[in-house]
Design a protein around this ligand. Structure first.
Ligand code: CYC
Length: 161
């Protein structure tokens, strides 16, 4: 996993140079938004299970997907779906704190599309549920922090599509 600091300093070190103005600007923004991101992470972790259940209620619960024949039926699959959304939210929160997407690539997306395809987990409802996660989280943490975490939830959606 990387964060903004390592992603800027490691390449500069390899080239034996000081950071240039755009690189320093990237770090300045990282430090400037630090308080906002840490506060949002605290709110998300306190409310994680209710964020996930609201997102499921808003996007999946009342469709055919939870009925016999749907991928969220029976309870074992329903529980796997809740677990997946909980993982997506937790990893997006880590990525927001690091302000770097690499943890999403390494821990979440690597091989996931293939796994979902093999198990018949449908992508479109998964994306819908992740978008619902974004909306519920944004309502809770506010627009600016919502954008910070939302970028990483969008990254998961594009990695699955
Ligand atoms: C299954 N989700 C799985 C599986 C994996 C993941 C590996 C197969 C193994 C298992 O059932 O535990 C996902 N595992 C992860 C991720 C990580 C990991 C992301 C990263 C840390 O280690 N089905 C739907 C909904 C959707 C859904 C739209 C919820 C959004 O219809 C999810 N995922 C779902 C379901 C299964 C699953 C139902 C079980 C599928 C089956 O066994 O038939």
């Amino acid at each position: 996993m990387q964060d903004t600091i390592t992603s800027v300093i490691n390449p500069a070190d390899r080239q034996g140079k000081y950071l240039d103005t755009p690189e320093l600007e990237k770090l300045r923004k990282y430090f400037q938004t630090g308080e906002l991101r840490v506060k949002a992470a605290a709110t998300i972790s306190e409310n994680a299970s209710s964020i996930v259940s609201q997102a499921v209620a808003n996007s999946l619960l009342y469709g055919d997907i939870t009925c016999p024949g749907g991928n969220m039926y029976p309870t074992r699959r329903y529980a796997a779906c809740i677990r997946d959304l909980t993982l997506f939210l937790r990893y997006a929160t880590y990525a927001m704190l690091a302000d770097d997407p690499s943890i999403i690539e390494e821990r979440v997306l690597f091989g996931l599309k293939e796994t979902f395809s093999t198990l018949g987990v449908p992508i479109q409802p998964t994306v819908q549920a992740i978008q619902a996660l974004k909306e519920v989280t944004t309502r809770l943490v506010g627009a600016e922090a919502g954008q910070e975490v939302g970028t990483h939830l969008d990254h998961i959606c594009s990695g699955l599509s």
